[in-house]
Design a protein around this ligand. Structure first.
Ligand code: ADP
Ligand code: ZN
Ligand code: ZN
Length: 742
């Protein structure tokens, strides 16, 4: 007898194919089973799905139903909770379940032949067996917890969460993660933990720390990584290890939130505020938000950690009496600062300087924040004199400095002073950036690159000049300014006066080649670099121990941005950058963060000076509440790409009208509609990219569930609007729920 089976395959977001295809099979395969099925003329990977739970599939002619080609042998079905997670993510983020489910699986499951797959599984198993013998007597190198850490850990063990661990950089959050993972794994021989970090670059450091702690206890296979920087075979191997339960700890970036983990007991989201947790394509999911959902689904504890939480999470962690749903845990002190730890190795923290600084409002152990009022500096000065002197003084002592500017390239625009020509991109409504290093003009949106013209392309004037500054120029400029400073203790027969300073740069340009970032970071760690210039890339996570001065040369732009989240991002970036300074307690006593600003009295900088995230958050939340912005409302964006701006906007505006005219029979629609505001379509801030016109429409509602109901119902209107005559030239559209930039 043959059974009808619902199977999910990879279907693009708005494909005509029903959400679940019907196949027949000789044996009854449970939902979650991975199968190979014929689709058109090829064979593809599918997941058996409970078709009852899906929207009705259309009536099928039994004679046309094709047979499943086979199940993937040796791989257990994906569990019900995984299926629920995928279904929820697809519905919430307005994509097809097939797309989300298949994208969440490693690509090689799709690509390998059954024979290849069998070999891969065999190899995995023999490795596990070899690794299973635990090391003789694992010596734990775990330090004794500080009182703050111990308090936090007790709370996590005794409450259900979700938890928001609000801890200063260097307060020992990672140590808390390690401790909680340890506890959870020790409680149950099958228990698993998922630990997420925002960026691939941060995984090696974390992996080393977790391996050092857990490989002696649970064997080589116990800790695996999952991120997009891995090769497909590596990804498959990690995925199988997690799915089979052999891996006890999965470390990964946002994609890891979908890892198949049969006995997930703890999810950690480190740097939970980081925008990288939100996917920018396909299903635009937030891995942080899905982690919270998944925790509830699986009965796993969820621990979000940050020194500067997202305002969303901060708001969720207000007191329960006021409606908060997360438990906020606080670790204000840096490890090594007085009172933070009982370790005997601490540097004495009660120097005269520390005492002075406490009176100035800087918490013990954290760098002093200094604001330089650029209104009193020579016009056009890139580096104020006091900052330059401070840098010179530090490098002359053998300390390192970090200079931070969030704009790469040499200059954002090239400009002709005669005819006002500017280096616009021909394909985008944006300027091409001048890169002096290879004398190119490069568009950072579409990639269009040309040699810099010798003379102005419009009028022939040979005098075309860079406008504004990027990291390349800062690097060059600083090397000139510091040309007469020598490295300490560097005299040698070849260099009797001592070697010149080394200024290096780390940004997306300097690290384009594989392995470049690692070697550049290694040079900084080894002390071969005196001054490091870079973008936000260098502000995140890296543990540079000899950096004692961090400077932001021009951070003001974010204060006046049209993006309401810009101040939040700036604050967290500067706090993170500050976290780079003075990590070595023996040098950290006098580390500093310099902010060059034309707005020295701005409340953001005032809060930064005190390291007072709560004050900053309170002020921002108040503004957001008054303006009815998230987290006090829910938002979604619909984006449309088209050949012309008119078509893109026409599509959005027609769908907006359709919400009122095309849905009259939908039960309860008018109530839903009354709770959702649809704003008129507008061009996106960079309106044209690679010759495609882009427009967007903002949707807002005080109720997240009303917005969700609206989007579910409105989807068919968007589909139908596509074919309207005025939308000719529309290329694609997509919904972004809880967008990060509006
Ligand atoms: P965070 O993740 O908050 O930045 P880490 O967990 O990386 O902080 O801790 C900062 C430094 O302090 C690390 O070098 C770590 O090994 C050390 N550390 C953390 N907890 C302790 C402790 N209880 N005793 C001694 N050293 C600690
Ligand atoms: Zn000109
Ligand atoms: Zn371009």
């Amino acid at each position: 007898m043959s059974h009808a089976l619902g199977v999910l395959v990879h279907t693009p977001a708005h494909a005509r194919l029903g959400p679940v295809l019907t196949y027949q099979s000789e044996c009854l395969l449970p939902p979650g089973t991975l199968v190979r099925v014929p689709l058109g003329t090829r064979e593809t990977l599918g997941v058996v799905w409970d078709s009852q739970s899906m929207d009705a599939t259309e009536a099928i002619d039994p004679a046309k139903v094709r047979a499943v080609a086979g199940a993937l042998e040796g791989i257990a079905p994906l569990r019900a909770t995984w299926q629920q997670l995928v279904t929820f993510a697809a519905h919430y983020y307005q994509r097809s379940v097939g797309e989300v489910a298949l994208a969440a699986l490693p690509p090689q499951l799709r690509d390998l032949s059954p024979a290849q797959m069998q070999r891969r599984l065999q190899r995995g198993i023999s490795k596990t067996a070899a690794a299973d013998a635990p090391a003789a007597s694992p010596v734990s190198d775990a330090p004794a917890l500080s009182p703050e850490q111990a308090h936090v850990v007790t709370q996590i063990e005794n409450q259900s969460g979700p938890f928001l661990l609000f801890g200063a950089t260097g307060s020992g959050k990672t140590e808390v993660y390690l401790h909680c993972v340890h506890t959870v794994l020790a409680q149950d021989p099958g228990a698993q933990a998922l630990v997420m970090v925002p960026e691939i670059n941060l995984t090696p450091q974390l992996e080393a720390r977790f391996k050092a702690r857990f490989v002696p206890l649970y064997g080589e296979q116990a800790v695996v990584s999952l991120h997009s920087g891995m090769t497909n075979p590596q990804r498959l191997k990690s995925w199988l290890a997690a799915h089979s339960g052999a891996a006890r700890i999965v470390l990964g970036t946002r994609m890891a939130v979908f890892a198949s983990l049969p006995l997930l007991r703890l999810i950690v989201v480190d740097e939970e505020h980081d925008p990288s947790y939100k996917s920018g394509e396909g299903a635009r999911y937030s891995a942080r938000d899905l982690a919270v959902y998944r925790g509830r689904l699986e009965g796993a504890k969820v621990l979000l950690g940050s020194a500067t939480p997202s305002l969303e999470s901060w708001y969720q962690s207000r007191p329960a009496a006021e409606g908060g749903r997360y438990l906020r845990l606080h670790m204000p002190s840096r490890i090594g600062a007085s009172g933070a730890t009982s370790s005997p190795n601490d540097a004495p923290a009660t120097t005269a300087q520390q005492a002075m600084r406490s009176t100035a409002g800087t918490p013990a152990g954290l760098p002093l924040v200094r604001r330089v009022d650029m209104n009193h500096q020579p016009r056009k000065a890139v580096f104020s004199l006091p900052l330059l002197d401070a840098i010179k003084e530090r490098v002359a002592r053998g300390e390192q400095c970090m200079v931070f500017l969030n704009r790469r390239g040499y200059a954002p625009v090239l400009h002709c002073t005669d005819c006002d020509w500017k280096s616009e991109c021909t394909n985008c409504s944006a300027f091409r950036v001048f890169h002096k290093i290879d004398r190119t003009l490069r568009c950072h949106h579409c990639g269009f690159t040309e040699r810099v013209p010798r003379t102005c392309p419009a009028c022939g004037n040979p005098d075309i000049t860079p406008l504004g500054r990027g990291t390349e120029q800062i690097e060059e400029h600083l090397a000139q300014l510091l040309a007469d400073v020598r490295r300490p203790h560097s005299t040698s027969p070849e260099c009797p006066e001592g070697e010149p300073l080394r200024v290096a740069r780390i940004d997306a340009d300097s690290t384009r080649l594989k392995g470049a970032l690692e070697s550049q970071l290694a040079a900084v760690h080894a002390g071969d670099v005196d001054v490091l210039v870079g973008t936000q890339m260098i502000a995140k996570g890296h543990d540079f121990r000899r950096i004692t001065l961090v400077a932001a040369v021009n951070p003001d732009g974010a204060l006046f941005s049209s993006d309401f989240r810009a101040p939040e991002r700036l604050f967290s970036l500067l706090m993170q950058a500050a976290g780079r300074a003075g990590r070595d307690a023996s040098l950290g006593g006098n580390s500093e963060v310099w902010i060059q600003t034309f707005q020295p009295a701005h409340p953001l900088y005032a809060a930064l000076k005190q390291y007072d995230y709560p004050a900053f958050a309170a002020q921002q939340l108040q503004e957001r509440e008054q303006a009815g912005m998230p987290p006090f409302c829910a938002q979604a964006l619909v984006r449309a790409d088209a050949r012309t701006q008119e078509a893109a906007q026409a599509f959005l505006n027609a769908a907006r009208v359709g919400a009122h005219t095309d849905m009259p029979l939908w039960e309860g629609w008018s109530e839903v509609l009354a709770q959702v505001t649809l704003y008129p379509a507008v061009p996106m801030s960079i309106q044209r990219v690679a010759n495609i016109e882009r427009a967007q429409m903002l949707l807002e509602s005080p109720s997240r569930s009303a917005l969700q109901r609206f989007l579910q119902g409105w989807h068919s209107v968007l589909q139908a609007t596509r074919t309207h005559p005025e939308c000719k030239g529309l290329i694609r559209w997509a919904v972004d729920v809880d967008p990060l930039a509006v």
